[in-house]
Design a protein around this ligand. Structure first.
Ligand code: SF4
Length: 310
């Protein structure tokens, strides 16, 4: 660590203490952000942490919909987003008007929205899900017909496990996960024949089909750090390598990353948050997440419903 980095971290720590702030970071954030975070987690874990904290300020190092979710669960708290440019292309694929129209066309269906949706779309949902709890939540619903937004691949993965229900899938996708082809994984498997393959359900179906394990980010951590294989090929965002190596450094975690900065599986939006930006928002209390009261109230209901079911 350079002297400049150490000074920056000291300044962040001082501000965090003075302002009674917490820093929540998603597993896909840069390693140096994960290292200074109060809590690291996937979408559900962070949503829960946001609800439990007694801090006055939440600095949310993740993409915009995550910071919005923290605000919806904590309307009385100040939620700061280090970089407002850090959005989720998949969340942006589901528009309020489009989902509303689909809902009107299928009044007998339950709208199940992945947490990766913008706040206005959440207001149309009957329940929110994460990749970890989606199957459990969908099974618990009374409706036999499900509109799932926005990820067609996660939706398809859930549909396989809940065959008794009919699914209408929004055609969104996560570009970094979608770009991961089965060939990339099979090439690595040739190099490491004893390796196990673990992938996220946001990957396209051809890729999930060849995996030994399909699960959410935290489920991948559990599997990869505890399975009997020494080499584990991981099909999700490369930021996860940092935590995996911290939790169990005795294994080899292999990520099929392209040379391109925003290639497979590298979410350039997640990487738009930096330590400099965290210091800046803590110092000036800028980039606050502000949502209309009506949106907070309506979006909170499906989030609470999820938290009650899981
Ligand atoms: S990894 Fe995919 S789903 Fe997650 S923030 Fe990036 S684009 Fe969105």
């Amino acid at each position: 660590m350079t002297v400049a980095e150490k000074t920056l971290i000291d300044e962040i720590n001082e501000l965090r203490e003075k302002k009674n702030a917490v820093i929540l970071a998603h597993y896909y954030q840069r390693g140096e952000i994960q290292d200074i975070a109060d809590f690291i987690g996937d979408s559900l874990e962070l949503a829960r942490r946001a609800q439990e904290t007694d801090a006055d300020i939440i600095v949310f190092a993740g993409v915009r919909f995550m910071a919005e979710t923290a605000k919806i669960l904590n309307p009385e708290k100040k939620v700061l987003h280090p970089n407002p440019e850090s959005g989720c292309p998949m969340a942006d694929m589901a528009t309020y008007e489009g989902v509303k129209k689909l809902k009107e066309e299928h009044p007998d269906a339950a709208v199940v929205a992945y947490v990766n949706t913008n706040a206005d779309v959440k207001t149309l949902a009957d329940v929110i899900v994460t990749s970890r709890n989606a199957v459990k939540v969908v099974k618990a619903l009374e409706e036999d017909k499900i509109i799932f937004v926005p990820d067609q691949f996660l939706g398809g993965f859930i549909a396989q496990q809940v065959p008794e229900k009919e699914f209408i899938l929004w055609k969104g996708f996560c570009p970094p996960h979608f770009n991961l082809s089965p060939d990339q994984l099979l090439e690595l498997k040739e190099k490491y024949p004893d390796a196990k393959i673990a992938v996220h359900p946001e990957c396209n179906t051809k890729t999930t089909e060849i995996a030994d394990f399909v699960g959410s980010t935290s489920q991948i951590i559990e599997f990869a750090t505890t399975c009997d294989a020494e080499n584990v090929i991981i099909g999700t965002e490369v930021g996860l390598k940092h935590q995996l190596e911290k939790i169990n450094p005795n294994k080899n975690y292999i990520f099929p990353v392209n040379a391109d900065y925003c290639g497979t599986v590298h979410c350039c939006d997640m990487k738009k948050n930096t330590l400099d930006k965290i210091k800046e928002v803590l110092e000036n209390e800028t980039n606050e997440i502000v949502l209309p009261e009506e949106i907070i109230e309506k979006a909170r209901k499906p989030l609470d419903r999820m938290l009650q079911i899981v």
